[in-house]
Design a protein around this ligand. Structure first.
Ligand code: GLY
Length: 601
C-alpha cells in the first residue's frame, strides 16, 4: 500500500500541484505506484525494522537514521501503521510493547491493553443469561474499550526514546496528508467491511471514497488523522485521555454515529470521560522460559501469549524436537498447543483482578505432567485443563472436556525494530477485529477498537476472563524477544487473534529447534490447534506430505477462515555476528511484509 517519502514532491504534482492539500474530506486520486520495493528479507547494519507495510518500515528506518532508538523507531512505525494499516492498529486501540534495553540488559514490557468501562458487569455481553450475537457485539459502542496505544507510545518514548512524541508522529502525519497507495490487501479488507462501514458516515467518508471501494493503485489520504496526530504532537496524549478528544471518544462510543437510514442494531457503549482519565499503561515483568539454550521473553497477563507459548515450549522441551521427523515434530507441536490452550482458557485473565498461577503454568514440573499425556502415534481428544498447583505427579489420567471455540482472524499487526546500540522493540498492536468496531470518531480520522469482545461472553461462572469494571480482556498477543548468552538473538511476533500463540510458537520452534533461518521459519506453512476437535491449517500445511501423514495419524484439518486461508503475518529481526542484522517479514501472507535495514550490506 503505500508510498515513499522520497516520492513526495512527484506525488503532490500528480495530485494537483500543491504541497499542502487543504481538503477537509479524504480523497483518492489515481497515481503511479511510488511504494518502496517491498522485500521480505533485508540484511545489513546500523538498525533494522520489520513490519507489514513498506511506508511504515521506511519511516521507522528514518527514525533510526536520525539518531532514534528502537523505541523511537517502533513508535514512528506504529504511528505510520495507523495510517496505512488503519483496520489493524491505531490510536483507537491498544497493544503490548516488549523491549530489550541494551544499557541494563533487561527485558521489560508495557501493558497497553484497553480497559473495560467502570460500568461493565460480568453479564454485559449476556443480558438475562443469553449471549448477544458476536457480530452484533463487534459493531457496537459496547465493544469499545479505553484505548491504550497513545499512553503506550508516550510511556515507551519517555523511558527509552531519544526523541519526543511530536518527532515520532510527524512523518506519520505527513503520510496521512499525502496519502498511501491502495493495494489489493487493503481493498479486500475494505470490501470485507463494506456493509458495516456504510452504516457509519464518518467511516465511509474515509474508506469508501466517493461511496466506492478504494481502487487498487489509487492514493488514499486521511487529513483528519493528520490533524489528530498534529494535535497529539502539540498537546501530548493527555488530550486523548482528559481533553476534548477524549470527550469526543466517549461521546462516540456512548452514542455511535450511525446513518439514520441504517437498519443495523448498534448497541450504545458505556465508556465515560472518567474511564479515559483513569487509564494507565503499566510496566510489567515479561514471561521467561528457557528453551534449546535460549531464553524466550514474551508478554505476560493480561495477555495469554507469553504464558501459553511458554508452557507449550516447556512441554516440547521434554521431547527431542530437533531430532524428530517433520511429521513427529508437527504432531508434538499440535498436541502441546492443545494442552497449553486448555490451561490458558482456564487460568489466564487480567492479573490486576484475578489470581493467575503464572509461575506454575510456566514451571517444568507442570509441563512434565502435561507432556506425558501426549501419545506419539495418536491424537488427543479435546483436553480439560491441568492443575498448576505446585504438586506434580507424572501422567495423571487424561480428563476430557469440551473446549470452547475462540475467534481468530488476520486483525492486529506486529513490528520489530532494532537500533545501533543493541536495543530491540517487539510490539504487537491492534484494534481487535479487522476494522475494529467499524466506528470512526467523526472528524478525527481513526477507528475505535472492539477489544471488549475478547472477554468471555458468559454466562460462564468462574471463567477468568469475564467482563468486570476496569478489567483488561485476555489477549493472545505474544511480542517476543529471544536472548542467547544474555544477548538478543532474534525477536518476533504476529497478528491473528488466538492464532497468534500458535504462529509465534511455530516460528520459535522453526528457528530454535528445527534449524530454519528466521525468514524460512516465518514463511513455513502454518497450522493452529487450540484445544478443539479440528485444527485450522493453511492449504500448504494440510496438503504437504507431513500434513497427509498427520491426517493418517488422526489429525483433522480444516481451512483457516477468511477470504484467504492464511494464519498470521509474522515479522522479525535477527542479530548475527559482528552487528549484522537480518530483518524478516512475510513473503506472501497479507500481501507480503516489508523488511529493512539502515545500511544494507
Ligand atoms: N485482539 C486480539 C488479541 O488481543 O489477542
Amino acid at each position: 500500500m503505500r508510498q515513499r517519502a522520497a516520492s513526495l514532491i512527484a506525488t503532490l504534482v500528480l495530485i494537483g500541484g500543491t504541497a499542502a492539500p487543504a481538503a477537509a474530506a479524504p480523497v483518492t486520486a489515481p497515481t503511479e505506484s511510488h511504494s518502496p520495493p517491498k522485500s521480505p528479507v533485508a540484511t545489513g547494519f546500523g538498525g533494522a525494522v520489520s513490519s507489514v507495510d513498506a511506508d511504515a518500515t521506511a519511516i521507522g528506518l528514518d527514525a533510526l537514521r536520525h539518531g532514534g532508538t528502537a523505541a523511537d523507531a517502533a513508535i514512528a512505525t506504529a504511528a505510520a501503521l495507523g495510517v496505512t494499516e488503519p483496520y489493524s492498529s491505531g490510536i483507537g486501540g491498544g497493544g503490548f510493547f516488549v523491549y530489550y534495553d541494551a544499557a541494563t540488559h533487561r527485558v521489560l514490557t508495557i501493558d497497553g491493553r484497553e480497559t473495560a468501562p467502570a460500568a461493565f458487569t460480568a453479564d454485559v455481553f449476556s443480558p438475562g443469561g443469553v449471549p448477544i450475537p458476536f457480530d452484533q457485539a463487534v459493531t457496537s459502542g459496547l465493544s469499545v474499550g479505553v484505548p491504550g496505544s497513545p499512553r503506550t507510545w508516550a510511556t515507551a518514548l519517555a523511558r527509552w526514546g531519544h526523541g519526543s512524541l511530536a518527532t515520532a508522529l510527524r512523518p506519520a502525519a505527513a503520510l496521512a496528508r499525502r496519502g498511501f497507495t491502495v493495494d489489493a490487501t487493503f481493498r479486500q479488507q475494505t470490501a470485507d467491511n463494506e456493509a458495516r462501514f456504510r452504516d457509519f458516515p464518518a467511516t465511509s467518508a474515509i474508506y469508501l471514497p466517493g461511496g466506492q471501494l478504494p481502487v487498487v493503485g489509487s492514493r488514499l489520504r486521511n487529513p483528519d488523522l493528520a490533524r489528530t496526530y498534529d494535535l497529539l504532537a502539540r498537546r501530548g496524549v493527555d488530550e486523548l485521555y482528559t481533553g476534548q478528544l477524549g470527550r469526543e471518544i466517549a461521546r462516540t462510543a456512548q452514542k455511535p454515529p450511525v446513518d439514520p437510514a441504517a437498519t443495523r442494531n448498534v448497541r450504545p457503549g458505556l465508556m465515560t470521560t472518567e474511564d479515559l482519565a483513569a487509564y494507565y499503561a503499566p510496566f510489567r515483568a515479561p514471561t521467561k522460559v528457557s528453551h534449546g539454550g535460549a531464553d524466550v521473553y514474551s508478554m505476560g497477563p493480561p495477555s495469554s501469549g507469553g504464558s501459553t507459548v511458554g508452557e507449550a515450549l516447556n512441554i516440547l522441551a521434554t521431547a527431542d524436537v530437533p531430532a524428530m521427523s517433520e511429521t513427529d515434530y508437527l504432531h508434538y507441536f499440535l498436541e502441546a498447543s492443545k494442552l497449553a490452550f486448555a490451561d490458558r482458557n482456564a487460568y489466564v485473565g487480567d492479573p490486576d483482578q484475578i489470581d493467575v498461577p503464572l509461575h506454575q503454568l510456566l514451571s517444568p514440573g507442570f509441563a512434565g505432567e502435561r507432556a506425558c499425556l501426549i501419545k506419539p502415534g495418536s491424537v488427543l481428544p479435546v483436553q480439560a485443563p491441568g492443575s498448576p498447583d505446585g504438586t506434580y505427579t507424572p501422567c495423571p489420567g487424561p480428563a476430557v472436556a469440551a473446549g470452547p471455540e475462540y475467534h481468530e482472524g488476520l486483525s492486529t499487526t506486529h513490528l520489530v525494530t532494532a537500533d545501533r546500540w543493541g536495543n530491540v522493540a517487539s510490539y504487537t498492536l491492534t484494534i481487535e477485529q479487522t476494522g475494529g468496531s467499524g466506528i470512526t470518531v467523526p472528524g478525527r480520522g481513526f477507528l475505535l477498537n472492539n477489544e471488549m469482545t475478547d472477554f468471555t461472553f458468559g454466562p460462564a461462572p468462574g471463567d477468568p476472563n469475564l467482563p468486570a469494571p476496569g478489567k483488561r480482556p485476555r489477549s493472545s498477543m505474544a511480542p517476543t524477544i529471544v536472548l542467547r548468552g544474555g544477548s538478543p538473538w532474534f525477536a518476533t511476533g504476529s497478528p491473528g487473534g488466538a492464532t497468534i500463540i500458535t504462529t509465534v510458537l511455530q516460528v520459535l520452534l522453526g528457528r530454535i529447534d528445527r534449524g530454519l533461518t528466521l525468514e524460512d521459519a516465518i514463511a513455513a506453512p502454518r497450522a493452529s490447534q487450540r484445544n478443539t476437535a479440528t485444527t485450522q491449517a493453511e492449504p500448504a500445511f494440510s496438503g504437504s506430505p507431513a500434513g497427509a501423514a498427520l491426517t493418517a495419524r488422526g489429525h483433522v484439518f480444516v481451512l483457516a477462515p477468511g477470504s484467504l486461508p492464511e494464519i498470521g503475518a509474522a515479522a522479525g529481526v535477527e542479530f548475527g555476528p559482528g552487528g549484522r542484522l537480518t530483518a524478516a517479514a512475510e513473503p506472501v501472507r497479507r500481501g507480503g511484509g516489508a523488511a529493512g535495514v539502515v545500511r544494507p550490506g
